[in-house]
Design a protein around this ligand. Structure first.
Ligand code: NAD
Length: 331
């Protein structure tokens, strides 16, 4: 498939309107139209990008090869099932679905219909993560904090499925080992599900990840720190930047992009401590993610974040949810 991909967006609230903006800019797509159950919303976004406001999903499916689904999480399954059943490729916003059973059904259906599923784990396309592609990452201890101010959007699911799942997906993509044990706890402060949660994931290879997420914080933070036998890596997803402190051989650390901080060890074991800031490309993560989806469809290759990856992240998120003993905050 070399011609432009005819694409539509289903659900044009906060994120779907951003998908629309990007598809209108991407030159490998022909952005055809949008559908939202909210008539006012679909007309507004359709008129903004001069595309069609379809009156049903079925009508849209007659005109597109692929769609983005950015409806509320609890509707991902029913909407995606219609899209895949019609033989159309789909990018489903994260989390893939609300339950593992639903995710399995979609993955099986997509195989039957020979269509691709990509899941919107956008942090895989964060410039900070992209900048680390040439580093050999093999973390043995990970500490992550994803803190957000309160916003009623997204409270249809627990903070684990809304925010923590971004870090779960990144961690699963970096640690090449099965999860062995999970401990977790959370507090429901302003909704019926945990608004703040902490999980400790232990992997079979010995790696431990301590993951904290909150949607009731005063200040925003999206940071991950990783420790491995030869390096400490700090990622700031918000700034899209990464810092690497690593051990290097004598003589290393003199390039303009690196800084020699000092030395450690003695004799033959003496190593340089090198600070390095990988070059950060100016990338719009959402645009890069959607371009990557379009490329996967056009070349019939595995998406960077497949349906199986989305299912894996959901599986771990569900296990965390099952472990959480929700403490109800009361005044
Ligand atoms: P939102 O409430 O702003 O928008 C959701 C839209 O979907 C609304 O306009 C609503 O009318 C529409 N809708 C609901 N049910 C529908 C249906 N059955 N058919 C068609 N339209 C329907 O929510 P949002 O913040 O844009 O979140 C949407 C999805 O995107 C959620 O799954 C959320 O988890 C995800 N999200 C991902 C990120 C990310 O970083 N990747 C960030 C925010 C939200």
């Amino acid at each position: 498939m070399n011609s432009k991909l005819n694409i539509g967006v289903i659900g044009v609230g906060h994120l779907g309107s951003l998908h629309s903006k990007m598809y209108a800019e991407i030159d490998t797509t022909n952005f055809v139209g949008v559908f939202d159950v909210n008539e006012e919303k679909r007309k507004e976004i359709a008129s903004k990008f001069k595309v069609k406001a379809f009156t049903s999903i079925e009508e849209m499916l007659l005109h597109v090869d692929a769609v983005s689904i950015a409806t509320v999480t609890t509707t991902h399954f029913e909407v995606a099932k219609k899209v895949i059943s019609a033989g159309k490729h789909v990018l489903i916003e994260k989390p893939i679905t609300s339950t593992l059973q639903e995710a399995d059904e979609l993955i099986t259906l997509a195989k039957e219909k020979n269509v691709l599923i990509q899941v919107g784990h956008i942090e895989r396309f964060n410039p900070a993560i992209i900048s680390l592609e040439s580093f050999k990452l093999a973390p043995m201890f990970i500490e992550s904090h994803r803190l957000a101010q309160f916003n009623p959007r997204g409270t249809d699911v627990a903070v684990v499925l809304d925010l923590m799942i971004h870090d779960i997906d990144i961690i699963l993509s970096l640690v090449n080992s099965p999860v062995k044990q999970i401990d977790a706890n959370g507090v429901a402060v302003v909704s019926d599900t945990p608004d703040i949660a902490n999980a400790r994931l232990q992997f079979e290879n010995g790696c431990v990840a301590n993951v904290t997420s909150s949607r009731i914080s005063r200040n925003k933070m999206r940071k991950m720190r990783m420790f491995q036998n030869n390096a400490y890596i700090a990622i700031d997803f918000q700034q899209g930047s990464a810092d690497v402190f690593r051990l290097g051989n004598e003589g290393e650390g003199s390039l303009w992009s690196t800084m020699l901080l000092g030395q450690i060890g003695e004799g033959k074991k003496k190593r340089n401590i090198i600070y390095e800031q990988p070059e950060i490309k100016k990338i719009n993560a959402l645009k890069y993610e959607l371009e990557s989806f379009v490329h996967a469809v056009q070349t019939n290759t595995r998406p960077v974040v497949s349906g199986e990856d989305g299912r894996h992240a959901l599986d771990v998120a569900q296990q965390i949810m099952n472990k959480i003993q929700v403490q109800k905050f009361s005044v």
